[in-house]
Design a protein around this ligand. Structure first.
Ligand code: G3H
Ligand code: 13P
Ligand code: ZN
Length: 324
C-alpha cells in the first residue's frame, strides 16, 4: 500500500536538524516495534515538547507488519495532535540494508531513511547511498548515510570491533552522495553490553577528537550518533532483581551524550534503554503478581515507565525538551 508521508502527518528531518544545530541540542530517534512503545514515545515527546524521530529497523518493520505500520504511525500523530501538541514527527528506516528496502519504505510513507553501507568498501558505500538519495530526494525524503562501523549488532549485520570514522573520508562521501546527515563511529556501540570492563573500570570516553575533526571538515552538517543508550543501572538492577540475568550490562555515560548533543550531533539513537525499561517493569509485575494474566496490567505500567524515561532523556540528556 503506497502512502505519501505528508498524508500521514509526518515531516522529513531537514528542518528538525537545522533547528537542532542552531539550538545546540539533538533530536531523539527512539526505536519501536509495537503499539505500547509507539504510544509511549509520542506521548513522552508531546508532553516534553520535543521533536521526535520514530525509528524502525528492517526486522521491526517486519514484526509490526509493513502494511499495518503506516496506519499505526498515522494514529500516533493524531493522538499527539489531540493532546494539543504540534511537535514535528518523522518516520525513519533504521539501518536500511539495500536500495529495494529503502524504496519500499519511501513508497509506504517513511519520511526519512538510513542506508547503511558502512560494511561495504568506500566505493560500494557511495554507490548504494547515491542510488537511495536519488530516489528519496524525488519525494523530499531525507537520507542518512554511515561511515565507520560500530561494535555490536547493527540489525542483521554484526561487528565484533568498531572502526572509527576516518575524518579524511567524510567530505568526499557527503559531496558524492548528497546525503542529508551522516552517522559516525566514535566509540558508541549497539546493545546493552557496550564495553567489557574490569571491576571498577570506567567506560572509555568517546572520541570527541574525531568528531571535532569531522565538524571542521563539514561545518554545519548534521551528524548522527548510533548506539547511544546509557543502559540505565536502575533498570538493569530491576531486571536482575526480578529473575533476569543481565550481568555486566553497561552503556554510554550521560555526560558524554550531553556533550555530543551540544555539538554537530543532531540525532541520537536510543533503542536498548527503552527495551530495558519495559522489561524491568514487566518482570517486576510478573514476580510480584504471579496470578496476573491481563496484558494491560503489565504492558500498561511498562508503557508508563517508558514515557517517564523518554521525558527524562529529552529534558536532561538531549536538550530537546521545550522546543515546541
Ligand atoms: O541498531 C539496531 C536497533 O537497535 C534495532 O535493532 O534489528 O533488533 O530491531 P533490531
Ligand atoms: P542502542 O542499542 O544503544 O540503544 O542503539 C540504538 C541504535 O543505534 C539504533 O540504530
Ligand atoms: Zn544503530
Amino acid at each position: 500500500m503506497n502512502h505519501n508521508y505528508t498524508e500521514l502527518g509526518l515531516v522529513n528531518t531537514k528542518e528538525m536538524f537545522a533547528q537542532a544545530m542552531q539550538g545546540k541540542y539533538a533530536v531523539p530517534a527512539y526505536n519501536f516495534n509495537n503499539m505500547e512503545q509507539l504510544q509511549a514515545i509520542v506521548t513522552g515527546c508531546a508532553q516534553s515538547g520535543s521533536p521526535v524521530i520514530l525509528q524502525v529497523s528492517g526486522s521491526a518493520r517486519k514484526y509490526a507488519d509493513p502494511i499495518f505500520l503506516p496506519y499505526m504511525v498515522q494514529g500516533a500523530v493524531a493522538m499527539a495532535r489531540d493532546i494539543g501538541s504540534s511537535i514535528p514527527i518523522a518516520l525513519h528506516l533504521d539501518h536500511g540494508s539495500s536500495f529495494e528496502q529503502a524504496k519500499d519504505c519511501i513508497d509506504s510513507g517513511f519520511s526519512s531513511v538510513m542506508i547503511d553501507g558502512s560494511h561495504h568498501s568506500f566505493e560500494e558505500n557511495i554507490k548504494v547511498t547515491v542510488e537511495v538519495v536519488e530516489y528519496a530526494h524525488t519525494f523530499d525524503v531525507t537520507v542518512e548515510g554511515e561511515l565507520g562501523v560500530l561494535a555490536g549488532v547493527e540489525d542483521e549485520v554484526s561487528s565484533e570491533v568498531s572502526h572509527y570514522t576516518r575524518p579524511e573520508e567524510v567530505e568526499e562521501f557527503v559531496e558524492k552522495t548528497g546525503v542529508d546527515s551522516l552517522a559516525i563511529s566514535i566509540g558508541t556501540s549497539h546493545g546493552a553490553h557496550k564495553f567489557k570492563l574490569a571491576p571498577g573500570e570506567l567506560p572509555p570516553p568517546l572520541r570527541f577528537d574525531i568528531l571535532e575533526e569531522i565538524e571542521k571538515r563539514l561545518p554545519g552538517f548534521p551528524i548522527v550518533l548510533h548506539g547511544a543508550s546509557s543502559v540505565t543501572p536502575k533498570h538493569v538492577d530491576m531486571i536482575n532483581e526480578f529473575g533476569g540475568n543481565l550481568e555486566s550490562a553497561v552503556g554510554i555515560p550521560v555526560d558524554q551524550l550531553r556533550r555530543a548533543a551540544g555539538s554537530a550531533v543532531c540525532k541520537i539513537n536510543i533503542d536498548s534503554d527503552g527495551r530495558l525499561a519495559m522489561t524491568a517493569v514487566i518482570r517486576k509485575v510478573f514476580a510480584q503478581s504471579p496470578a496476573e494474566f491481563d496484558p494491560r496490567k503489565y504492558l500498561g505500567p511498562a508503557r508508563d515507565e517508558l514515557i517517564t524515561l523518554i521525558k527524562e532523556k529529552n529534558e536532561n540528556v538531549l536538550g530537546s525538551a521545550g522546543k515546541f
